[in-house]
Design a protein around this ligand. Structure first.
Ligand SMILES: NC(=O)c1ccc[n+]([C@@H]2O[C@H](COP(=O)([O-])OP(=O)(O)OC[C@H]3O[C@@H](n4cnc5c(N)ncnc54)[C@H](O)[C@@H]3O)[C@@H](O)[C@H]2O)c1
Length: 438
């Protein structure tokens, strides 16, 4: 059921714990919807920035303008949480080097909220977790402090679905109109969480029968994506051998009006969610005695793609009789997705590692992350390199006229995102390889 968002002032105070890609927009949306908002983060620099009026997500114009219109105070002092009627937790849930879920941030935030709780407050975990995490990890933190669920605190889960980079406040799907699910331990907890989200979101907010179901929804969504991407990545590798252009085939398949959903191959899956979340369920299923073979295989396929992109470079260089050793190869892009400066789990770093392993002379450039790039301008970058490996489909890359590549003597382009005009590049006499096309 669609709801009409109320923007009249609310009496309740909302505290948002974790003011990152998820928490900041959530705090702004809550403020815009008429709530008093307190931002809490353990990162002092971030809190200082917010209080100084500097938007911590400067690349996204819409976030910047919402930030200017909906200022809220931020703090590192957990005592401030005691003023909150509703606490929203949006802290990281990464995996460690062994791909085991890391719950330290959730434990840290839940502990601070339990230690400083206003009696009767609603605590909602927005971070992505596996089914059972609220029951096994979050709830005991409150109960160990004598706080009874349903009497002293309500605990709920509503997984965040925003897609940063497409602007969390953009015209299409954004934080304010993307449907939600909520689950809680008690009927009252579900009712309160529903009430809150219905007052900030113009979309269906669906109650789930349990908090575990709400947790499972997010894991299902993200593993669905990971598996489908792995499937098309495998198809792309096969099509490279069969000399079939995967993009043309996807366009053809898309003419079927039902039962096909396009996914696209690339040099790797990055970000904080898709390459991470499946491991949460894989680990939990393992503990329960179930082996998620299909999901593990999908992870393997997607984890291999950076190496595959380097194989494509090797193949292209072989075709022009040049070894990879000592070649000046430009890694074009460091971010994990288009038009953002987010480096988390970015395939670019694995690509750099593999190129260096082959003793290539690697030079990096990302216009969104000049601080981490070897060179600061496109012109300087193209002057320095002989070949390019595109790792991300930034608009700034897609807009380059292929004649510019030619002018700078570029000989090979590996298009890890299949985002460039291959025919126009080939017309310039440049050797082109995509992922599933050449
Ligand atoms: N970024 C996305 O695209 C996205 C989308 C949907 C869901 N999620 C999920 O949302 C959660 C948050 O992701 P994010 O991208 O916003 O992370 P982020 O790293 O951008 O921000 C997290 C913030 O939490 C702070 N923090 C860490 N420990 C804390 C504590 N104990 N108390 C208060 N603050 C603390 C960090 O300093 C940081 O500022 C994760 O579970 C993620 O999987 C992310």
């Amino acid at each position: 059921m669609k709801n009409t968002k109320e923007s009249a002032p609310h009496k309740e105070t909302v505290a948002v714990m974790g003011l990152g890609y998820v928490g900041l927009p959530l705090a702004l949306l809550s403020r815009e919807s008429g709530f008093e908002v307190i931002g809490f983060d353990v990162n002092e620099n971030l809190v200082r920035k917010i209080n100084d009026g500097i938007c911590p997500i400067p690349d996204d114009e819409k976030v910047v303008s919402k930030f200017t219109e909906n200022r809220f105070p931020a703090t590192t002092d957990p005592k401030a949480l005691a003023k909150a009627d509703i606490i929203l937790i949006a802290v990281p849930t990464p995996v460690d080097e062994m791909q085991n879920p890391v719950y330290d941030y959730v434990v840290g935030a839940a502990t601070l909220s339990a230690d400083n709780l206003k009696k009767g407050a609603l605590v909602v975990l927005e971070s992505t977790v596996n089914p059972g995490a609220c029951e096994e990890i979050v709830r005991p933190i409150f109960e160990e402090r004598g706080l009874k669920v349903g009497r002293d605190v309500e605990i709920a889960h509503s997984p965040e679905r925003i897609d940063p980079g497409k602007s969390v406040f953009s015209k299409g799907w954004h934080i304010g109109n993307t449907p939600r699910v909520v689950g809680s331990f008690t009927k009252d907890g579900t009712k309160r969480a529903l009430g809150f989200y219905r007052s900030i979101i113009d979309a269906e907010v669906r109650p789930m029968k349990s908090i575990r179901e709400a947790e499972a929804v997010k894991i299902l969504e993200n593993t669905f994506r990971d598996i489908n991407i792995a499937f098309i990545n495998e198809i792309a590798q096969c099509f490279d051998l069969l000399d079939i252009d995967v993009l043309d085939v996807i366009e053809g398949a898309k003419t079927k009006p039902y039962s096909f959903m396009a996914h696209y191959p690339s040099c790797g899956v990055g970000g904080h969610c898709i390459p991470v979340d499946p491991y949460y369920l894989i680990e939990q299923a393992q503990k329960a005695g179930f082996d998620h073979k299909f999901m593990r295989r999908a992870r393997e396929v997607n984890n291999f793609m950076p190496e595959y992109a380097v194989e494509r470079m090797q193949d292209a260089l072989n075709s022009i009789k040049r070894p990879m050793k000592g070649e000046k190869i430009g890694v074009m892009g460091l971010a994990y997705k288009a038009n953002v400066d987010d480096l988390r789990e970015s395939p670019a770093f694995k690509i750099i590692k593999h190129l260096k392993h082959h003793e290539a002379d690697v030079i990096t450039f990302d216009p969104h992350i000049p601080g981490k790039s070897d060179v600061k301008t496109l012109e300087a970058f193209l002057k320095k390199v002989d070949h390019l490996l595109v790792t991300v489909d930034h608009d700034a890359f897609k807009e380059i006229d292929p004649a510019v590549f030619k002018k700078h003597g570029i000989k090979v382009i590996v298009d890890g995102k299949n985002c460039l005009d291959k025919e126009a590049i080939k017309k310039q006499g440049i050797t082109y390889r995509g992922i599933g096309r050449k």
